[in-house]
Design a binder for this molecule. Structure first.
Ligand code: FCB
Length: 449
């Protein structure tokens, strides 16, 4: 009982959030580099120019991961570091960085899980139409082929995308994220289709160049759960979890049905079919190239109940409900019901590729960083995940977001999600109390939760 014996415990990060060295060794600009320069876009007026300087301090970070006893590290590869103009000429120095990182992880016996695209889209490609350009799927696949050729034999696990919900929805619908431009629904649906095609072509390239690599995908979405244990509420939550609501880009099914079931959800076609781009004859086949696992980022969810008429509704959260420093609700149930519903629908082995919270962490007078709220949050969530595992959900691993505090997109440095505190002026790192706690949880394989 509990987690499987070979359960993968780790932590996650993303290139633009941690690497810094934005203009070093030939890296090209991404949409995020440009977005950060626009006044008013980032809460504290900052950028990822230096971030945690992971580009230079990666060895220090790997040492810290080793101290926490991580089994695995999920990081992303920066497309504009590898191909500064997005397509065409390679930048060997960019590839060298990931070579060094992989050497360091291998020496520490930490398994790498690489994400190929975590939002730092090459600015040069954005200027050519980005995901709207019909060549955009090929641009992504070409970049992936480069990574596969050079690093593929050292990358046992790969995720194509992180949270497409965000790099299309937050970027081109509600404009909170780079490049922050609103496009109408017919354009964003076109982007959706191109992004999905890019994923499929990338999978094909990986299968032929790096046949030993296992491939997954890391979307997100609010993990709805039943408000009570009644059968009607369970059914309502299941329905709501995969529904296509008013903001289709937030939906789980819009981004995962095509990949795992080979079709767009009926509800999307019913509501938005008139705006969908033409679907090529082989498109759905390409998009649904078989994957080895599903990664899901789950931070929270919403309670759902039956409306008594075969539909569902969202009851008001209870007054004074718990939330994090980022004002995200604390809903541990999401790590039970999310995996359960995902397994039922897609039947894939599952990794939780991100989960965690931001706290108002500071260095105490004793020089330590005490974060009891993080420990309590993780304990509650991980107990639910363990329960899902005990109920037969095939959960292979869990990646805490994130290793070090870092550049939290539009929130700049105002949200601290790390288990390792980072002083962004001195680049000093301090393991927070939660890091020591997590180390013990890892060592007991979750028994001490
Ligand atoms: C997720 C992102 C990740 C980080 C966390 C807090 O949506 O994938 O980069 O910002 O949220």
């Amino acid at each position: 009982m509990g987690f499987r014996d070979d359960f993968v415990w780790g932590g996650a990060s993303a290139s633009y959030q941690v690497e810094g060295a934005a203009a070093e060794d030939g890296r090209g600009p991404s949409v995020w580099d440009m977005f950060c320069r626009e006044p008013g876009r980032i809460l504290d007026g900052s950028s990822g120019d230096t971030a945690c300087d992971h580009y230079h301090l990666y060895q220090k970070d790997v040492n810290l991961m080793k101290e926490i006893d991580y089994k695995a590290y999920r990081f992303s590869i920066a497309w504009p570091r590898i191909i500064p103009g997005g397509d065409g000429k390679l930048n060997e120095k960019g590839l060298d960085f990931y070579d060094r990182l992989l050497d360091s992880l291998a020496a520490a016996d930490i398994t790498p899980y690489a994400t190929l695209f975590h939002w730092d889209y090459p600015y040069a490609l954005f200027r050519r139409g980005g995901w709207l350009n019909p060549d955009s799927p090929k641009w992504f696949a070409d970049y992936v082929s480069v990574v596969a050729k050079r690093l593929g034999d050292r990358l046992p696990y790969i995720f194509t995308y992180n949270e497409p919900q965000c790099f299309i929805g937050l970027s081109y619908d509600n404009t909170e994220h780079a490049p922050g431009i609103h496009f109408p629904i017919w354009d964003t649906l076109h982007m959706l289709h191109h992004a999905l095609l890019g994923h499929g072509l990338a999978v094909q390239a990986l299968r032929s160049i790096a046949p030993k690599t296992q491939i997954g995908y890391a979307p997100t979405g609010s993990a709805h759960y039943p408000a009570t244990d009644s059968a009607a509420d369970r059914e309502a939550a299941r329905k709501a979890y995969f529904a296509v609501e008013e903001r289709p880009f937030w939906s789980v099914s819009v981004w995962s049905d095509p990949i795992f079931l080979g079709r767009y959800p009926e509800e999307l076609l019913k509501k938005y079919g008139q705006y969908m781009p033409p679907i090529g004859q082989d498109d759905m086949k390409i998009i649904s190239e078989k994957l080895d696992f599903l990664g899901q980022n789950i931070y929270n969810g919403s309670p759902v109940r039956s409306d008594g008429k075969g539909g569902y509704e969202y009851p008001k959260r209870k007054t004074g409900y718990a939330f994090t420093a980022a004002k995200w609700p604390v809903t541990p149930e999401a790590l039970y019901w999310g995996p359960k519903f995902l397994q039922e629908r897609y039947g894939m082995p599952l990794y939780i590729t991100e989960n965690g919270l931001s706290c108002q962490d500071t260095v105490s007078v004793d020089g330590k960083v005490h974060d009891p709220a993080r420990i309590d949050f993780l304990r509650r969530y991980l107990r639910e995940l363990r329960r899902a595992s005990e109920d037969g959900v095939d959960i292979r691993g869990y990646f805490h977001w994130c290793v070090t505090d870092n550049f939290e997109w539009a929130k700049g440095y105002t949200d601290r999600f790390g288990m390792v505190y980072c002083d962004f002026e001195t680049q000093e790192r301090i393991l927070k109390d939660s890091a020591y706690w997590y180390r013990d949880i890892i060592r007991s394989n979750g028994k001490d939760l």
